[in-house]
Design a protein around this ligand. Structure first.
Ligand code: NAD
Length: 329
């Protein structure tokens, strides 16, 4: 098996991003040796740069670039997308829809270059909005994506791209695997600037308040919206397991530990050992009311589900953001 891994040539698309950067390191740690890492960002802007990889700055919405980087590749992991947290995806629907070019061109190039396996990173945003209107929501199971009524822009593109993967498998024999991620968080990701997600944004606000000796924090929405959050180490392990399984349909990859945003803030406050006065910004983007991952399918098919508790994952993320803020302000 290890000999096989050493020979396998891998492409990680979006390797300069949060999940892609962690995935490159994870795959090296599992014995893979030939990894091509590609991102549109200049190398100095990648969250993590692994010197053992072949690191390339290329725009993967361009078909020619996709054809070049998939040559002699065995496995493609597509993590490339122009995306961010709720604030970004609600204000940039067209940009999110344009991600369709990346996945479509990567699929076409993978088919033409006889790639053996193709992983696509989908999202819980594919789920029908009418199933997510309460905080105490039923967990979302895979079949809840249909009848289709996903998140406008970002979610529609993800659902369409999932189906592209399915039809490339059915019509062209390309083995595709699709995971629906539920809110991934951890170190080496966006924590400021407008694309950051709730856990990183809340940690940054709590640390900044503590540093400035302020006693207040602004929360988007009324704080009662609920979510599940998966630590990055569970995410990359899940990607590997799903990629090398026989699971041909899209599958949830998320924690099932449901919390409200208020509860998330309380956990971060307890890590920081501080109590802040909360103000609620009711006009800010806040997404669906409740969203949670039903893990029946992953438990049944992989005998595993994401393990790392929110408290443990937030602790590690807190320490990293604290260090970054002290370096960069
Ligand atoms: P990220 O923004 O940190 O990483 C995405 C990377 O893709 C970025 O570095 C970006 O520069 C790159 N990229 C964008 N356009 C490109 C192009 N044309 N060519 C090459 N590279 C390009 O995001 P992430 O959190 O690492 O997410 C990775 C994938 O997982 C995305 O598809 C995202 O939609 C999906 N996802 C993430 C989450 C989450 O909570 N992080 C949840 C659901 C789904």
């Amino acid at each position: 098996m290890n000999k096989q891994k050493e020979k396998t040539v891998i492409l990680v698309a979006g390797a300069g991003g949060f999940i892609g950067g962690h995935l490159v390191n994870y795959l090296f740690s599992k014995g893979y040796k030939k990894i091509r890492a590609v991102d549109i960002k200049p190398l100095e802007d990648w969250y993590q740069l692994n010197k053992k990889a072949e690191n390339l700055k290329l725009d993967l919405s361009d078909l020619k670039n996709c054809q070049n980087v998939t040559r002699k590749v065995d496995e493609v992991y597509n993590l490339a997308a122009d995306m961010g947290g709720m604030g970004f995806i609600e204000a940039n629907k067209a940009l999110c829809m344009l991600n369709v070019l990346i996945n479509t061109h990567l699929l076409m190039a993978a088919r033409d270059n006889y790639v053996k396996r193709f992983f696509y990173s989908s999202s819980a945003c594919v789920y029908a909005l009418n199933k997510q209107q309460r905080s105490d929501i039923d967990e979302l199971k895979e079949s809840d994506a249909y009848p289709a009524m996903p998140e406008d822009g970002y979610g529609w593109e993800k659902l369409f791209s999932e189906r592209m993967c399915r039809h490339f498998m059915e019509d062209f024999g390309l083995e595709t695997r699709v995971a629906r991620f539920h809110n991934v968080y951890g170190p080496h990701g966006e924590y400021k600037g407008g694309r950051e997600k709730a856990p990183a944004a809340i940690i940054r606000k709590v640390i900044s308040a503590k540093n400035a000796e302020k006693n207040g924090i602004e929360i988007w929405g009324d704080g009662k919206q609920s979510r599940t959050f998966m630590y990055i180490d569970d995410c990359v392990k899940g990607i590997d397991m799903i990629m090398h399984s026989d699971i041909k349909d899209p599958i949830n990859l998320g924690r099932s530990e449901l919390v409200t945003i208020n509860e998330l803030v309380s956990i971060v406050e307890s890590i920081a050992n501080i109590k802040l006065k909360r103000t609620y910004s009711l006009d800010a983007p806040q997404g669906v009311r409740g969203r949670s991952s039903n893990n029946t399918m992953i438990r049944k098919l992989l005998n595993w589900e994401p393990q790392i508790s929110l408290k443990e994952g937030l602790n590690k993320t807190y320490e990293w953001i604290k260090r970054e803020l002290s370096k960069n302000g």
